[in-house]
Structures are given as structure tokens and as C-alpha cells.
Write a protein of this length. Structure first.
Length: 190
């Protein structure tokens, strides 16, 4: 199974269950022009318990690996669970939308963009940057910061710095953001 076929299958299962979602992570970054190699796809979802059950049953009938218990636990804890295609090793991480102002904002700002023949709701560049700064802060991952650099480069003048200013301090990523901005400005000065 190709990643495109897996994406189509997951999107169809989300639609059949009437679950709002958005593509995020490295695949979303690729849609915005800042891709890198990865074997997982990330979606933020906002299901009801009944909708989640419909989604899980549909995925189970497709032959992909999914743990119904992990899905229910993720809903309660606002965490994540995954779907795995054992034949290819592709993994889809399904992250529950958190109950906080930023998560509501990023979900409301998603826009429909093309990923091949698919048209998907995708996180904005700014929201991807904020999420990746949070991941970097939690895990100290240089890869997340490299993704931020690539996103800033790809967005160029279209990047909404005012929106970033609105969120960086409340998310606790102001230090990381200022360091990356200074680095970006130094790399683009005459």
C-alpha cells in the first residue's frame, strides 16, 4: 500500500465517522513546501465518543492495526493513538485536539490544500511552527527546529509574525522563537 492509498483510506474513515480533522506534522510541512523524509502521518482530530467508535470499526475492517482501547484512552486523556499498515510500516498518528485556546485557534484556522489528488484540511504554517516549537521544547529535538527553519524559509514574506506574537509567550516557546528569528534574520541580512 502506498502512503497515498493509506491517506485516502484514513480520510475516508474520518469522513464516514463525521470526525473533523486536519493534517499536521511533516506531511503538512511538505504541503507548505518544507518536506522531509518520514514514515508517519499526523492528524489532529476532534471526535465524539460515538464517532470515534465508527472510525475504529472502519479501520479494523480495513485490516490496518488499531487498538480500540488506545483510541478510547486517547479521547479521554486528549492524547494520541495510531493506525499502522504492517505491510509497509507506514504509521498514522491521530492526535486529539486539546482543550486549550491555541488548539481551538489552530483547528479553526486550518485551510484546505492539495496533497497530490487529495484535498485536505491542513494546519497553517504558523500553527505548524508553534506546534514544532512546543515539541522541540518538550523533547529538545533538533529535527523539529530544522523543520521550523524550513517552514520559515518556505513561507517567506507570507509568514504571519503578528499571529506568532499572539501565541509564543502563552505557549512557553518565546525563547526558542526569538532565537530562531534572530538566526533567520542573520542569515537573510545583506
Amino acid at each position: 500500500m502506498s502512503v497515498t492509498a493509506l491517506l485516502e483510506e484514513i480520510v475516508a474513515a474520518l469522513a464516514a465517522a463525521d470526525i473533523p480533522y486536519m493534517l499536521t506534522g511533516s506531511f503538512a510541512a511538505a504541503v507548505h513546501g518544507a518536506g522531509r523524509a518520514t514514515m508517519d502521518v499526523d492528524f489532529v482530530i476532534d471526535p465524539t465518543p460515538a464517532a470515534l467508535d465508527v472510525f475504529v470499526q472502519r479501520v479494523l475492517t480495513s485490516g490496518r492495526y488499531i487498538s480500540p482501547e488506545a483510541a478510547r484512552e486517547a479521547l479521554v486523556e486528549r492524547g494520541m493513538f495510531n493506525v499502522v499498515d504492517a505491510a509497509t510500516g507506514w504509521k498514522v498518528d491521530l492526535i486529539m485536539r486539546k482543550e486549550r485556546a491555541f488548539s481551538h485557534s489552530e483547528f479553526a484556522r486550518r485551510s484546505t490544500l492539495a496533497l497530490g489528488a487529495l484535498h485536505l484540511p491542513v494546519a497553517t504554517v504558523e500553527d505548524l511552527v508553534l506546534a514544532k516549537l512546543e515539541w522541540a521544547k518538550l523533547g529538545g529535538s533538533a529535527r523539529q527546529l530544522d523543520d521550523v527553519r524550513a517552514l520559515l524559509h518556505a513561507a517567506g514574506e507570507r509568514f504571519d509574525h503578528a499571529y506568532m506574537t499572539e501565541w509564543v509567550e502563552s505557549l512557553g516557546v518565546g525563547t526558542q522563537w526569538r532565537a530562531l528569528r534572530a538566526e533567520n534574520d542573520a542569515n537573510h541580512s545583506p
